[in-house]
Design a protein around this ligand. Sequence first.
Ligand SMILES: Nc1nc2c(ncn2[C@@H]2O[C@H](COP(=O)(O)OP(=O)(O)OP(=O)(O)O)[C@@H](O)[C@H]2O)c(=O)[nH]1
Ligand SMILES: [Mg+2]
Length: 212
Amino acid sequence: MKFKNMIFGALAFIFVMSTPMAKGEVVRVTFLGNSGVGKTCLIQRITTGSYFDPRWTTVGAANNLLLGTNVNLDIWDTAGLERYKLLSLCHARRSKVVVIVFSVADSDSFGATNYWLHSLGNYVNLKDTKFILVANKVDLVVGALEPFMKNTGKKAEDLGGMPYYLCSAKNGFGVDELKKKIFEIAVACSLETEELHGDLETVELHEDRKCC
Ligand SMILES: Nc1nc2c(ncn2[C@@H]2O[C@H](COP(=O)(O)OP(=O)(O)OP(=O)(O)O)[C@@H](O)[C@H]2O)c(=O)[nH]1
Ligand SMILES: [Mg+2]
């Protein structure tokens, strides 16, 4: 029994030591969008570089930690199904970055981007949150991508102006650029936080001043 406990302890120690630890700030990123637009697949592509068909819809929400050089991402995958929408919006709380996804093969999901952004206003301070718009499934486009690029750009402008990307979780198109942008924004957010903390640290206390 004692020997068994020692083996278990040693294995637990090796496991803990081999688990990568998050150094630097962890920035929360949430993916929102209608059901079936490919949020789960995009997150898989971003975090593992591979594609798999989940064959099930996301229920509730799930997160993935993606370690970076200067900052780490806590990426939240949310459910797009109608009955989980409010829960998904709640998960976007405390997110510094929100990625709104639609599918180029689903015009409803394109229209629903307005719903996601405007409903989010009840949960986050829109001014303090950075947004990215993603048109997913461009591998399904037959012919030129230009019209989709133009429509997505126009939508991003209508939504208040935000960076936008055409992507395919399936063949990886545009995903590296998207990932780079998410990290870039996360680093900027983390520097802002540092500056804020820096300012707080330099507040001088005048002990000799009497207030009453
Ligand atoms: N052709 C193509 N299919 C995709 C792509 N991304 C996802 N899919 C497919 O679209 C379906 C839905 O993908 P999900 O990632 O589960 O969609 P979701 O947005 O997470 O959906 P919910 O979890 O219900 O909110 C799956 O069958 C995927 O294989 C893509 O880039 N191209
Ligand atoms: Mg999903």
